[in-house]
Design a protein around this ligand. Sequence first.
Ligand SMILES: *Cc1c(COP(=O)(O)O)cnc(C)c1O
Length: 345
Amino acid sequence: MSTGRLTIDLDAVVANWRALDGMTQCKTAAVVKANAYGLGAENVAKALFKAGARKFFVAVAEEAAVIRQALGQGPEILVFSGHMRGDTDMIRELNLIPMLNAIDQMAQHFETLPGHPFGIQLDTGMNRLGMEPQEWAAVAELVLDQGPVLVMSHLACADEPDHPMNPHQLDVFRQLTDGINVPRSLAATGGILLGPDYHFDLTRPGIGLYGGHPFEQATPVIEIDLPVVQVRDLAAGEVVGYGNSWQAERPSKIATVSGGYADGIFRAFSDRVMLFHGDQPCPLVGRVSMDLLTVDITDLAETPDRLTLVGPHQSVDDLAKAGKTIGYEVLTQLGARYGRRTYGK
Ligand SMILES: *Cc1c(COP(=O)(O)O)cnc(C)c1O
């Protein structure tokens, strides 16, 4: 086997959902968009359903098919992008709950699927999805008459606890929704950590389930290890890889490892991360190429068969930092080439 191995621990996902659920007095949904942040929506949804999750959020209606198939008719599947033209059949057949984002989506929904459950998404300042406060003021009475199952908004800066945008959006959300008799949701992972004022009736964690920042106490969910394809000895002064970007300062041993940017190991990691043999760090040297990495194993006493990229000594967020990005992007870019091993419930 010459592809990398991506190990996904569903018990850790469940433990993270339970831990986030335990931080609030309200209900906790699970966000499984983008194939559960790249980790496999079917397996993740099944495991969380067994653990008690009954509401699942996806970004677009198409993502719901595999989840409805896996979970049957019981649980609610809610769609952030709402009811787009072309979604009607899917929303009806898969029994989805669109979060309506604008007046034209409402018209679409009420005309094509009268009586079908829906929720409302409000914009409280992020200016991405949801109805503007003035729009909401114009239609709130009419919409509330139709019995939405949820009213939600989304925080733009929740991973920065001291950011003034957080209390600002909370205040706007309250002004728009206080006194209505509909369940409310504002918090994703970051919002849960901001405390009870942000929890309302339902939280919507995603990244925290998958072990990522800002849920620092999360149980790690994935490991990645990569097979060593070849090992060679270099004399001092020899160079490695595209662009000759690394040069040996001493006689060196270089392992060529299967895995590259086609596997979500970004070029930006070049010379900035380690691979591990047990507890021993081995620097990634030279440029990351599409399918291969080169690793300095000079200081190892033995030649390893595999090296660990994500494990106890280096997290997804460590990689993200090295690549000047966020854990969300690292996870969702992991790619289809890994041998995936999913274990747990
Ligand atoms: C992605 C998303 C979430 C989940 O956010 P995390 O930061 O991953 O917890 C919740 N709500 C909305 C609207 C989202 O787009």
